[in-house]
Design a protein around this ligand. Structure first.
Ligand SMILES: [Fe+2]
Length: 438
């Protein structure tokens, strides 16, 4: 082969290699982070045209209801939220809702709606529209029958770790590319470091999800409040920036929670069915008589007792083993959230809870234990979606079957007769698995 031909082949090969590397780099978490920051900065400049800063994020709001929040960089004139639904035997005609508007500052204009009940339909479609800014149509694919197979992504504590969160989400994306998008996302709290900082919500939650997985438009989030997610002033007027879906907004018929009348901080507990499982969500920062009454009522309810799998999700775990030793011992944080163990855990056992899912502790632990000679309960800690890891042991409950001191997520699948729990690390390897069959 002539010398110049060899050089030419080498040149083409190098071009392909460079293009391949460049393409890979464009999708890498750090390039996406830079892109988001630049876009965020540009949208704050008056020269930049009005746009969506946060595309719609959808949350579960009780069985058959959804809460959707989105944000624009300028006040978008008279937007409407449009939704409709269809299924095999029934459908819902198009409905329009005028959203609640909240100006957070000159470049953060927040809108929110609650819609439903959607009924027994398999697909719910929605779109935000006005004459200047409209989104595309998003679809929530619902599994109506309890015998359907539900895929639930479980994450927690991405606070203050956007780079690591993006890495976790990249692995999440690979996992769900193989099995289909999750039908729901269980977020077990601490989505941000500082709930009062707009840039935390953008940089630590909305942008990473938008850039990497894009599930939040069609996979409703079951949100479990963490200690970092809220305005702690506990004022009757609601000061929360985004997670205020359970505060001061109209009550909806059929929801399994008290009517929220005055926007009090303490009203975040709720419950929802996911296929054959019933999930009770508690606010760990709120050890109120109201919440205890709610918990007892829910545990005794037909929905919970007749569910094939009974789950409670609460941000602070009943049994913590890893924490900052100084904070644990000197700042007395060992007593923080103790009511979850001392008050709630005995109720969990009394009413046959199968699985307690928590975050707060930034690593992975799972215990499956027998009590009263015949009953079994599992406790899982999934606080590893991005926050700085907790590596120092401060307690030993001698109960955990698996401990993993790294970032991770859980792929939970719920079918009629089987609940399957698969925990993955960032490399995509299975770090723990267990199942319940009945
Ligand atoms: Fe926490």
């Amino acid at each position: 082969m002539k010398h110049y031909v060899r050089l030419w082949i080498l040149f083409v090969f190098l071009q392909i290699l460079i293009l391949h590397k460049l393409y890979g780099a464009l999708e890498s978490p750090w390039v996406l982070a830079i892109k988001s920051s630049a876009s965020d900065w540009l949208s704050q400049q008056t020269v930049y045209p009005c746009s969506f800063r946060k595309l719609p994020m959808v949350f579960e709001h009780g069985d058959g209801y959804y809460y959707v929040v989105w944000e624009t960089t300028c006040s978008s004139e008279s937007p409407l939220f449009k939704w409709w639904a269809d299924g095999e035997s029934t459908s819902k005609p198009t409905q329009y809702i005028e959203p609640w508007y909240k100006k957070l500052d000159n470049s953060h204009h927040r809108y929110a709606v609650i819609f439903g009940p959607v009924g027994e339909v398999s697909d719910v479609h929605y779109q935000v529209m006005n004459f200047r800014l409209s989104t595309k149509t998003y679809t929530i694919h619902r599994q109506i029958s309890s015998s359907d197979h539900h895929r639930v992504l479980v994450i927690s504590d991405n606070q203050n770790g956007p780079k690591e969160f993006r890495e976790v989400l990249s692995t999440v994306k690979s996992r769900y590319a193989k099995i289909g998008s999750p039908h729901a996302i269980l977020h077990v709290g601490d989505a941000v470091q500082n709930a009062n900082r707009l840039s935390d919500w953008q940089g630590q939650l909305f942008s990473p999800m938008e850039d990497i997985v894009d599930y939040q438009h069609g996979s409703p989030i079951i949100f479990v409040p963490g200690n970092h997610d809220h305005d702690k002033a506990r004022r009757p007027d609601n000061k929360n920036l985004y997670p205020d879906m359970y505060h001061g907004i109209r009550s909806t018929e059929g929801l399994s929670k008290d009517i929220v009348s005055n926007g009090t901080y303490h009203r975040f507990f709720h419950s929802v069915s996911v296929g054959s499982a019933r999930i009770i969500v508690l606010d760990a920062e709120c050890p109120s008589a109201e919440q205890t009454a709610f918990l007892k009522r829910e545990l005794e309810s037909t929905e919970f007792q007749s569910a094939r799998f009974r789950i409670v999700s609460v941000h602070i775990p009943p049994f913590i083993e890893f924490w900052d030793p100084f904070a644990w011992n000197i700042k007395n944080e060992k007593h923080w959230g103790e009511h979850v163990r001392l008050e709630y855990d005995s109720l969990f056992r009394k009413y046959g809870v199968d699985l307690v899912i928590s975050g707060h502790q930034h690593n992975y632990q799972r215990a499956t234990i027998e009590y009263n000679g015949k009953n079994i309960i599992s406790y899982a800690i999934v606080g590893g979606a991005g926050g700085t890891l907790d590596l120092v042991r401060v307690q030993d409950w001698k109960m955990y079957n698996r401990t993993y001191l790294g970032h991770h997520f859980v792929s939970l699948s719920i079918s009629n007769s089987k609940l399957e729990w698969l925990a993955f690390n960032v490399a995509g390897s299975v770090i723990d698995r267990f199942s319940i069959e009945r």
